[in-house]
Write a protein that binds this ligand. Structure first.
Ligand code: ASP
Ligand code: MG
Length: 436
């Protein structure tokens, strides 16, 4: 038997619980076996982050707890217990100088726990046999990278299948918390902001689901950020590869790791809008003869330019540099090279460390280490996009610090202040000019 459908509701979608309940009932009437996944309600994770970033005063603590309680009217008893737990975690946070990774993740996870109990309660009122399931108890296992952990699929498969399989066999509808699991060392570990998409895709992969739906309230996958480009248009279908590039290169609509498990297990992802059911993006195996172009940007990155004696041709030089950066905890976002120069794009908070790590390799009269300069990485994504190189307007290329091209992504580092203009101009040339 194929696995159940997984349907994930984002925080903003939960703002309309009646509609969510209606949808779930309708799907059950169609005899679907369903696993529901939830994010925290909109704004809740931000409140928890605020408490983690700066220990709150007792007044602020009370305000945060009250705001969270108000967002979940009619919460079940089990849900109430999580609110109590939340209050004590907030108090602990204020006593500790700064919570460590697992403590912070424990607090972060309360938003999803409360949401799952709350939605399960709303469903039960509508006679849906729902039951809240907390992913750490279920046995969704992650690595120990608190705040940005990855699911460990081999360890999760058996407990997830057994736990959810048992509930489904009894005709129940599991409402599973997104965003976190249990680390290999047995603590709560979150998957990074927006991680409920990844959790849902991961559960679908583990359960052998044919489809995982990611339901957003009104957001959909567009050809550009609509705040930047007024005529951004919806994209109806993406290959896994395109979607992966899109998520990795800064499209906020999907968590960057969401595609990986779906692709590995052939799960079709449907990103859809709760308010406008006709707005759907299907992510699955590539479809020939379809032209998609989307523009994304990663803003405020740091750009370093490096020349090492002997140039890039010297055997092992790229490995040496990557190793030095990795040891300094620097995450290389992008690398552009010519035969003499290496241009590195790194997160701004890591630029100082990167400089320090690279100083020893840029020695001698031939050595150069310049930067950091503020850049944005603007990327055009779409199968076959390398064919569009000649259509990039000269004004976009002028002053660019680097360009990389693969058949699926064209990526430009441009001075940060030009980001908006570059995005709009690329959209005009490569998306709007096209009649599809
Ligand atoms: N609640 C978490 C966040 O806001 C996870 C999610 O929404 O997917 O980042
Ligand atoms: Mg969210």
């Amino acid at each position: 038997m194929p696995g159940p459908w997984v349907v994930k509701y984002g925080g903003a979608a939960l703002t309309d619980p009646e509609r969510v309940v209606q949808e779930i009932r309708r799907k059950l009437d169609d005899h679907r076996r369903l696993v529901v996944v939830v994010s925290a309600r909109e704004g809740i994770t931000n409140l928890l982050e605020e408490a983690i970033g700066r220990p709150p005063s007792s007044r602020r603590r009370a305000e945060i707890a009250t705001a969270i309680a108000r967002a979940h009217p009619g919460l079940s008893e089990a849900g109430q217990r999580h609110l109590t737990r939340l209050r004590s975690l907030l108090a602990e946070t204020s006593r500790a100088m700064r919570p460590d990774g697992p403590q912070a993740d424990r607090l972060r996870s309360q938003g999803e726990r409360i949401a799952a109990h709350w939605l399960a309660g709303r469903l039960a009122e509508a006679s849906v046999p729902a039951v809240a399931v907390e992913a750490d108890h279920l046995g969704l296992i992650t690595d120990n990278a608190y705040g940005a952990s990855c699911i460990v699929f081999d360890r999760s498969r058996e407990p997830v299948r057994r736990g959810l399989g048992r509930l489904l066999a009894r005709g129940r509808v599991p409402v599973v918390t997104g965003y976190f699991g249990r680390s290999l060392e047995g603590r709560v570990a979150t998957l990074g902001r927006g991680g409920s998409d990844y959790a849902a895709a991961g559960l679908g992969a583990l359960l052998g689901s044919p489809v995982v739906e990611l339901v957003k309230r009104h957001v959909s996958v567009l050809s550009a950020d609509p705040r930047e480009v007024a005529d951004a248009r919806p994209i109806h279908a993406l290959s896994y590869e395109e979607a992966e590039e899109l998520a990795q290169f800064g499209a906020k609509v999907l968590h960057p790791l969401t595609i990986e498990p779906a692709r590995a297990c052939g799960v079709v992802l449907r990103v859809r809008s709760l308010e406008r059911p006709e707005v759907v993006t299907t992510i699955g195996p590539g479809i020939a003869r379809r032209r998609n172009r989307a523009i994304t940007s990663l803003r405020s990155l740091s750009f370093l330019r490096l020349r090492v004696p002997g140039g890039r041709q010297r055997p092992g030089v790229v490995a040496e540099i990557s190793e030095k950066l990795a040891r300094a905890g620097v995450n290389l976002v992008q690398l552009f090279t010519s035969s003499a120069l290496l241009c590195l794009v790194v997160p701004p908070e890591q630029a100082g460390r990167a400089r320090q790590a690279l100083r020893p390799v840029a020695v001698g009269p031939a050595g150069i280490l310049e930067g950091p300069r503020r850049v944005s990485l603007v990327t055009v994504i779409g199968d076959g996009v390398i064919d569009d190189l000649a259509r990039i307007p000269p004004s976009v290329l002028r002053g660019a610090e680097g360009l990389s091209a693969t058949p699926r992504a064209l990526s430009l580092a441009v001075p940060a202040r030009r980001t908006g203009a570059v995005v709009r101009s690329l959209h005009r040339a490569l998306v709007a000019a096209e009649r599809t």
